[in-house]
Design a protein around this ligand. Structure first.
Ligand code: ADP
Length: 275
């Protein structure tokens, strides 16, 4: 297949509609997420954040409209090209989405099994070991998912997303159920990945994660995009609906004593109180 156009947005939704069940969730939704840096998708539960991420990753097709990933229309791909495109995209699932009857090692190895079944065993072993170490689960490789906490299962899903060293990572609530120390490590890892020039698209309701990682925010409500743009613009948006959502979403999830809106209006780039 042709190389990805260099400056193509990581995601472009063109007037998509989608009904996951009997109820319409998205109606003619359009959104462009630029390549590079970290875009955080926020909004109340049920807003459609996870579904949007899955659609963007080509895991589910929209009913109508078109979705481009790095300039490539998911619909236009042959099975062969679809597999090549998928290799460049790591997806960490909110609930882990692990295979119960496989070990942690085998779960992390899965992208190799599907995409590069002929890869030398040593290469796969090294990749799994590296990804497990990045996700902090290197001592649990022989365990089954049921022997892990929910937080650890999410880390296995993250390891699986990292195993092929993809330039793009979609992360669905990657820090939920983590203790403070693991969260700190993960924020360090995500910032390293950003510095390496990778694109992160992240669903979270955690204010620490948002304040420390987000370069851009996409704010959703009831299947619509309320507003989106650079972090500093969205968090200074005076629209009462935007302020209400930022406040409610962030305070729902926050255990901080700090005033959340103060937190968000700090000089983000300059290293605010959370840095
Ligand atoms: P969020 O991630 O913002 O919490 P979701 O994307 O998970 O929201 O879900 C948005 C809405 O779509 C919810 O009301 C949810 O119940 C519905 N939904 C998502 N997936 C399905 C499905 N497979 N079948 C029926 N309804 C679904």
């Amino acid at each position: 297949m042709k190389p990805f156009p260099e400056q193509a947005p990581v995601l472009q939704f063109d007037s998509i509609s989608y009904s996951p069940g009997t109820t319409r969730l998205f109606t003619q939704l359009s959104l462009t997420v630029p390549v590079g840096a970290c875009s955080v998708i926020m909004g109340p539960s049920g807003a459609g954040k996870s579904t949007l991420l899955r659609l963007g990753a080509g895991l589910i097709p929209p009913d109508t409209g078109t979705i481009f990933f790095r300039g490539v229309n998911w619909n236009d791909l042959t099975d062969h090209d679809n597999a090549l495109v998928r290799e460049t995209l790591g997806f960490a699932f909110q609930n882990g989405a692990l295979w119960a009857n496989k070990s942690v090692y085998q779960n992390i190895e899965l992208p190799y099994v599907y995409h590069r079944p002929k890869a030398p065993k040593k290469e796969v072993q090294e990749a799994v070991t590296r990804a497990a170490a990045l996700a902090g689960i290197q001592s649990q490789l022989s365990l089954r998912p049921s022997q892990l906490s929910l937080g650890e299962q999410k880390m296995v899903s993250l390891g699986r997303a990292l195993v092929m060293d993809p330039p793009v990572l979609f992360l669905d609530d990657p820090t939920g159920s983590l203790d403070a120390q693991s969260l700190e490590k993960l924020l360090g890892l995500f910032n390293d990945l950003k510095r390496q020039g990778r694109t992160l698209v992240l669903v979270t309701q955690d204010p620490t994660v948002t304040a420390r990682l987000a370069d851009r925010l996409v704010l959703m409500k009831g299947g619509t995009i309320l507003t989106e743009g650079p972090f500093s613009e969205v968090t200074r948006n005076p629209d009462p609906e935007v302020v209400a959502i930022l406040t409610s979403v962030l305070s729902q999830a926050s255990t901080f004593s700090t005033d959340i809106l103060d937190l968000l209006s700090i000089d983000h780039e300059g290293g605010g109180i959370l840095k």
